[in-house]
Write a protein that binds this ligand. Structure first.
Ligand code: BG6
Length: 448
C-alpha cells in the first residue's frame, strides 16, 4: 500500500486571490481524490484574523460538499507581515505541530520574494525535504531575476526550488512532449525541411480587471510573453532530450532560449485601458503583443515563429499551430489543396488535431478534414486544473514542469533586449488590422 507522508502547505499570501481562487480549491480537490496524506494548511496574512475567520474567507470560492467540513479542520492561520520577523516566529511555532514535509508557496508579488526567503532561512524553516514555490512573475527584468536567483540559491539548493509557470501544468501543454517524443511519425517532421511556420497564440477576451496596478508595470510582454509563451516556444522548439526527466528537458529548453532572435514586434493597447483602476492615465503599457522570432541552428533555419498575446480580443483561446510546407506536398500541390497542419489546442477546447486534404465524393476535388484527438471526449471535462497538477507534482518532487534558474534568466534576457514600439489603440473585442498584417506569409490561425 502507498505510504503517505505528513504534508504541510504554507500559503504566504494566504488571503490573496491566488490562494482563494486557485490554491485552496486545488488542495481541496487533491484531498477529495485521496492524494493528500495527513496534512495541514497554514494560511498567512498580515491581517489579524481568527482561524474561523480565515476559513470563512477562503471558503467562499470552494465548491463545497460533505467533505469540506473534514478538510477545513486541517486549515490553520498565522498572522505574518513579510517584513516583520515576529510573524515568522509565529509560523515556526505553528509548524512544530505539523508534518515535516513542508511546501512553502509564495503566492505574492516578486518584490517580496527575497525578504520572505531570507526570513524562512533565518529560522531554518526550510528543511531538506521542503519545497519552496515561487509564483510568477519571477522578477521584472534580467537584473532583478538574477539578484533573486542569487539570494535564493545561496540559501536553498536548486532541488528545493520550484519556480512556477502554471501554463506548463495545463494538460495539453504536458501533452506536447509526449506528442513529440513518443510518436515516431511526428518528430521526424518537426524541422525546417517540413515546417513552414509555427504560431503560438494566447488570445483573451477580457481586460486587466482588478489587476491594473500590477499589469501597468508589466504589460503583455513581461506578463505573458516572457513566461508562458517563451515556455511554449521552448517546448515546441527543443531537440529530443536524452531522457524525459527534469534535468534533460530543462537543459534542452535553455538551449532553445539561448538561440531565440526577435525579428519583429508590434504592440497594442485596448481602448479604455487607461481608465482601468490602478492604470496610469498616460500609460503606454501594451495589452497586446505580436512577435516574430527565429531559432538558431539547422533544425529551425528559416522557420518563422509568430507569437501573439492580447487582452480584450474577440475570444479566449490558446493554441500552437504548426503549418507544414505546401511545396513538400504531393503531385496535387497548388491544386486547391491546403498545407497540412498540426494544432495543439490548449484551451478552452483541449485536443490535438491534424488537418489533411481529403477527396470530395464523386470527383477529384479536395477539401480539408480534421483527424482529431478530443481530450474531453476521452478523459471527460473535469481533468485536473493546472494548479492541481502543479501542487501534486511539487509534492512528488517532480521538477519537470517548473522553471530552472537559467531558463528564467534567458527568458528575461530575451525580453530585456526587445525594443517595443508605441502601442496601436484597438477597440475591445476587435483584433486591430495591424495584427492581421503582421504575418506576411499567411494568417493567424483561428483569430477573428
Ligand atoms: C497569468 C497572467 O499568468 O496567466 C494573466 O498574469 C493571464 O494576465 C493568465 O490572464 C492566463 O492564464 P489562464 O490559465 O487563466 O489562461
Amino acid at each position: 500500500m502507498e505510504t503517505k507522508s505528513d504534508e504541510t502547505f504554507v500559503l504566504l499570501g494566504g488571503t490573496g486571490d491566488l490562494a482563494r481562487k486557485k490554491l485552496l480549491p486545488s488542495l481541496f480537490n487533491l484531498y477529495k481524490k485521496g492524494k493528500l496524506g495527513d496534512f495541514d494548511v497554514i494560511g498567512t496574512s498580515r491581517h489579524d484574523l481568527s482561524r474561523e475567520e480565515y476559513v470563512r474567507h477562503v471558503g467562499v470560492n470552494i465548491n463545497k460538499d460533505e467533505t469540506w467540513d473534514e478538510f477545513k479542520e486541517n486549515i490553520r492561520f498565522a498572522r505574518l507581515n513579510f517584513y516583520n520577523p515576529e510573524g515568522y516566529e509565529v509560523l515556526q511555532k505553528k509548524l512544530l505541530g505539523c508534518g515535516d514535509q513542508r511546501l512553502f508557496y509564495l503566492a505574492t508579488l516578486p518584490q517580496h520574494f527575497d525578504v520572505i526567503t531570507d526570513n524562512l532561512a533565518a529560522l531554518d524553516l526550510v528543511n531538506e525535504t521542503s519545497k519552496v514555490l515561487y509564483e510568477k512573475p519571477f522578477g521584472e527584468d534580467l537584473r532583478s531575476a538574477k539578484k533573486l536567483n542569487r539570494t535564493i540559491n545561496e540559501l536553498f539548493p536548486e532541488e528545493n526550488i520550484y519556480r512556477i509557470d502554471h501554463y506548463l501544468d495545463k494538460e495539453l501543454v504536458g501533452n506536447l512532449s509526449i506528442l513529440r517524443f513518443s510518436n515516431s511519425i511526428i518528430e521526424p517532421i518537426m524541422n525546417a525541411e517540413y515546417v513552414d511556420q509555427i504560431q503560438i497564440i494566447a488570445s483573451e477576451d477580457f481586460g486587466v480587471g482588478e489587476r491594473g496596478g500590477f499589469y501597468d508595470r508589466y504589460g503583455a510582454v513581461k506578463d505573458f510573453f516572457q513566461s508562458h509563451l517563451l515556455q511554449l516556444l521552448s517546448l515546441v522548439g527543443m531537440s529530443t532530450p536524452e531522457k524525459l526527466d527534469a534535468k534533460c528537458i530543462r537543459d534542452e529548453k535553455v538551449r532553445v532560449l539561448q538561440g531565440v532572435s526577435i525579428m519583429d514586434t508590434m504592440t497594442g493597447q485596448y481602448e479604455g485601458y487607461r481608465d482601468e483602476e490602478g492604470v496610469d492615465e498616460d500609460s503606454t503599457t501594451e495589452t497586446l503583443a505580436a512577435v516574430k522570432a527565429s531559432l538558431d541552428g539547422p533544425r529551425w533555419q528559416g522557420v518563422p515563429f509568430y507569437i501573439l498575446t492580447g487582452k480584450n480580443l474577440a475570444k479566449k483561446y490558446s493554441q500552437i499551430y504548426i503549418q507544414f510546407d505546401k511545396n513538400n506536398q504531393s503531385a496535387m500541390a497548388g491544386d486547391g489543396t491546403i498545407p497540412n497542419s498540426l494544432v495543439v489546442s490548449i484551451q478552452p477546447d483541449r485536443g490535438i488535431y491534424l488537418v489533411i486534404n481529403t477527396k470530395v465524393p464523386g470527383g477529384m476535388q479536395t477539401e480539408p478534414a480534421k483527424m482529431e484527438f478530443c481530450h474531453a471526449c476521452h478523459h471527460g471535462p473535469n481533468t485536473p486544473s493546472a494548479y492541481e497538477n502543479l501542487l501534486a507534482q511539487a509534492l512528488a518532487g517532480d521538477q519537470r514542469s517548473f522553471i530552472r534558474y537559467d531558463e528564467i534568466e534567458e527568458q528575461w534576457r530575451i525580453v530585456d533586449g526587445m525594443k517595443l514600439p508605441e502601442p496601436t489603440i484597438y477597440k475591445p473585442g476587435k483584433v486591430p488590422p495591424e495584427v492581421h498584417n503582421f504575418i506576411q506569409d499567411g494568417e493567424w490561425h483561428g483569430l477573428s
